[in-house]
Ligand binder design. Structure first.
Ligand SMILES: [Mn+2]
Length: 343
């Protein structure tokens, strides 16, 4: 077993030992990594005799409901707790719901730990007492594996399964550039601990199946995808009516973005959602060799990884302006990439 050592882990241990009631928080954009990390911590800390509560400001999307225990994630934090642990996020911007519900002051008044692996951060959370943020691991789940193992905390088979799903989520099944030799070692260790990858794969596939109406919708999205910047950027806009009709059934981003990236010449795919109240959100995915998604998101006020990121604009700019600026800056980043390669 090869375990990464974090000097701050001893402080994490003391904070956990001093607490009884612990809340684990995911940001308002839950994914397999944040959910797997939260559910794994529920087991790990539960086995240490702690009372663990899980919070996420938004509903867990249906495609993630293959995780056993997803329904224990509540959209309201407990009224009081001794310790908060934020997983897979270290930015304020993703805790809108907590701010809206007036529960942010409570969080700020409690000891708080962050376990994350994102580098690009717009408004870092400044009230955390300790942050272990390691951009060298593929997922927050992988980080939690190292911390728990290093501290001698037991990882039971359910926790191992959740951590494995975390890793598979962020690495897209160990296929993207986040995957390193150490990731495979952790996967092997998690297998030893009882996680079963074929079983997880089967579950994931079952839950990501689409309704017939979504299949047709996917066709419509593919047909109206625009290819700009000499075919290097694929972009599709989703209006509010479609968000209302289809988003509860299937998130349009994951529905088409891998197909967009499979078009010859495409370096970046953009799914822009246009909300009636004037705000817009974007999901950005970049192809191997074009690590620009994080920089583009940052420019637009968001954040994320080099190959997968997102942003939200709600400063009153028109949707057309947002789209134009996104494409303009993306094109600039792609051009710079080409310039750098010429040297
Ligand atoms: Mn992650």
């Amino acid at each position: 077993m090869s375990v990464m050592k974090y000097p701050l882990a001893e402080q994490v241990k003391s904070a956990v030992e001093a607490a009884q009631k612990i809340v684990v928080l995911q940001a308002d954009n839950p994914d397999a990594d944040s959910l797997g990390s939260a559910l794994a911590l529920e087991h790990i800390l539960g086995d240490l005799g702690k009372d663990v509560y899980l919070y996420c400001g938004v509903e867990i999307p249906t495609y993630l409901r293959y995780f056993s225990g997803w329904d224990r994630v509540l959209n309201e934090p407990p009224s009081t707790y001794d310790l908060a642990i934020i997983v897979d996020a270290s930015t304020y911007t993703l805790f809108d719901q907590l701010e809206k519900s007036g529960k942010l002051p409570v969080l700020k008044s409690k000891p708080c730990i962050i376990f994350d692996h994102h580098v690009t951060v717009e408004k870092p959370i400044d009230f955390a007492n300790m942050s272990i943020i390691d951009p060298n691991v593929a997922s927050a789940g992988e980080l939690i594996f190292h911390i728990a193992t290093g501290l001698g905390w037991k990882i039971n088979s359910e926790a191992a399964e959740h951590l494995m799903s975390s890793i598979l989520g962020d690495t897209q099944g160990l296929s993207n550039e986040l995957t390193q030799a150490s990731t495979y070692r952790v996967m092997a260790d998690l297998t030893d601990l009882g996680a079963n990858r074929p079983k997880l794969e089967e579950l994931r596939r079952e839950y990501s199946k689409m309704a017939q109406v979504i299949y047709a919708y996917k066709g419509a999205l593919l047909a109206r995808t625009e290819f700009v910047a000499n075919g290097q950027i694929a972009i599709v806009a989703i209006p509010q009516t479609e968000i209302n009709e289809y988003s509860p059934l299937y998130n349009p981003g994951p529905l088409v973005q891998s197909d967009m990236l499979q078009v010859q010449g495409v370096k970046l795919s953009i799914v822009l959602k246009n909300y009636d109240d004037g705000h817009a959100t974007a999901a950005l995915r970049a192809n191997t060799g074009s690590p620009i998604a994080g920089k583009l998101a940052e420019h637009m006020g968001g954040g994320g990884h080099a190959y997968a990121s997102g942003f939200k604009v709600s400063d009153g700019r028109s949707f057309a302006d947002i789209k134009t600026e996104t494409v303009k800056f993306a094109t600039k980043l792609i051009d710079e990439l080409a310039e750098n390669k010429k040297v």
